[in-house]
Design a protein around this ligand. Structure first.
Ligand code: HEM
Length: 196
């Protein structure tokens, strides 16, 4: 009875946070210029650096996580946009989230992985604006034509936690906290060193 519903419940529980992030991000205005796009990628770099580390430590399943890590893609795109590797490494990072166990790690990863879905649309928009095909756009391209298959595999893995209410609570809490932290980090008014 519970097995097919975890994803639906998680999506419903995080829907207000997704809407708030989408509205606060104002992504079309930010990617309209190359400095704006670079600032957004610089912030995402800090966020992924902190979160991917925390998720990796608690999920303890590198074969599943490795193809979903996108920190190196952000570094490559920033390099293409003129930010030297030493400057990329020195970019600010938020305080990492405290995750207690694999269920919480999956909740945090749900937010990062789900962002590859809307990211396809954002990537196509940036490609049209700035003429990038792959180089400079690898973060938003993400899984590309494999997006649907990667998301299906992620959802299958989510259901491992469907029969465990305590795990579902931890998972949902980490997802909501990740959305809130991402909104605070991406939408904060401070300027990034990369904004140039
Ligand atoms: C960094 C910011 C964002 C994060 C973290 C994020 C996160 C997510 C997550 C977790 C999902 C999966 C929902 C589910 O369980 O089905 C999702 C789906 C989706 N997001 Fe976002 N999102 C972000 C920004 C955006 C933006 C700006 C847009 C608008 C262009 C957008 C459009 C969508 C769409 C259309 C889907 C559904 C795709 C599908 O079902 O095929 N997202 N997003």
């Amino acid at each position: 009875m519970r097995r097919d519903g975890l994803h639906a419940r998680l999506r419903a529980a995080t829907d207000p946070a997704h809407r708030a992030l989408e509205a606060g991000l104002d992504w079309q205005a930010r990617v309209a210029t190359l400095p704006g796009y670079r600032d957004l990628l610089a912030r995402l770099h800090g966020f992924h650096a902190s979160w991917e580390h925390a998720i990796g430590a608690q999920l303890a399943d590198e074969p599943f996580l490795a193809p979903r890590r996108r920190l190196a893609l952000l570094a490559a795109d920033l390099d293409h946009l003129g930010l030297a590797p030493a400057a990329v490494v020195a970019l600010p990072r938020p305080e990492p989230i405290a995750l207690d166990g694999p269920a919480a790690a999956m909740g945090a990863l749900y937010v990062l992985e789900g962002s590859t879905l809307g990211g396809q649309l954002i990537g196509r928009h940036i490609a049209g604006l700035h003429g990038f095909s792959e180089t400079g756009l690898t973060y938003y391209r993400a899984h590309g034509p494999r997006t649907g298959a990667m998301w299906a595999a992620f959802r299958t893995r989510l259901e491992d936690f469907a029969d465990d209410p305590a795990a579902e609570t931890a998972l949902t809490g980490a997802a909501v906290a990740t959305f809130a932290a991402m909104r605070a980090w991406l939408c904060a008014p401070h300027a990034m060193p990369a904004a140039g």
